[in-house]
Design a binder for this molecule. Structure first.
Ligand SMILES: [Zn+2]
Ligand SMILES: [Zn+2]
Ligand SMILES: [Zn+2]
Length: 258
């Protein structure tokens, strides 16, 4: 199982438009953060988690791999608004792309991108998308996928676990039942930690480090970072088994297990 970080930034991306702070004006390539998303490659196909507004650019940087399934975390713009790129990703496909989401998120997605799901009479290309509702445990691309739901402001986000790898973004905290479900069962995890200061609906960097401890995660990557985080300067604040993710970072989960 291979994971590629397609984007590691918060909702604005970094640099933030119009900002002249040290991080936003840095010329270091790993300081440029597109909106958060990952691609997981299995033998059975490729799963994309979220379709943010930078999806086209992210897929071009990844040499345009096939996407066989999309697993949505939630419907905030920075995670959903690139969904239209599914059209181009479908051109050569013979079978529909699976789109997995929570029931209320599917309703929201179908309302905002109604033309992808309804017959509008348009004569051009319309992608084949098979919507599917996530449950605590489901099968996608031949993989057993487990989920937990996490509080994020007024909504819940879906966190995904496949084997010993887990991905969670945009959450305030893991509720006790989610900790109980996944504790000691995750080797490698990508989780959001927006900045050092507390945030009303996001876990901070420090809270995410504590979460990795609570879940007994062996290798942690923190993403969905705002421009408050200076990745090089702040790396020393992280425990040895935790690092900041960056765009284009790839790892083989089974190699990290060795
Ligand atoms: Zn977000
Ligand atoms: Zn800035
Ligand atoms: Zn969000």
């Amino acid at each position: 199982m291979r994971v590629r970080i397609l984007g590691s930034g918060t909702s604005t991306g970094v640099p933030v438009l119009g900002c002249d702070c040290k991080v936003c004006t840095s010329s270091k390539p790993h300081y440029k953060r597109l909106r958060s998303s990952i691609l997981i490659s299995f033998e059975g196909g490729n799963a994309l988690i979220d379709t943010g507004p930078d999806l086209r650019q992210q897929m071009l940087s990844a040499s345009a791999p096939n996407v066989d399934a999309v697993w949505m975390t939630h419907t905030h713009a920075d995670h959903l608004h690139g969904l239209d790129e599914i059209r181009a990703l479908s051109f050569k496909r013979k079978s529909p792309i699976e789109l997995w989401a929570k029931q209320e998120h599917l309703v929201d997605i179908k309302s905002r991108f109604h033309y992808l799901f309804q017959d509008t009479g348009y004569k051009g290309f319309v992608p084949a998308i098979e919507t599917k509702e996530v449950s605590a445990c489901f099968q996608s691309l031949g993989q057993k996928v487990e989920t937990v739901y996490l509080p994020h402001g007024h909504m819940q986000t879906v966190a995904y676990k496949v084997g010993s790898f887990a991905y969670a973004t945009d959450f305030k905290k893991f509720p006790p039942e989610a900790i109980a479900a996944w504790k000691g069962r995750i080797h490698t995890m990508v989780a959001s930690g927006i900045r050092y200061r507390e945030h009303a609906s996001h876990s901070s960097v420090y809270e995410t480090i504590q979460l990795f401890k609570d879940l007994e995660v062996k290798r942690g990557f923190i993403h969905h970072l705002a421009h408050d985080v200076d990745a090089d300067l702040d790396a020393s604040k992280l425990p040895e088994n935790v690092q900041f993710a960056f765009d284009g970072l790839e790892f083989d989960v089974s190699k990290l297990l060795e």
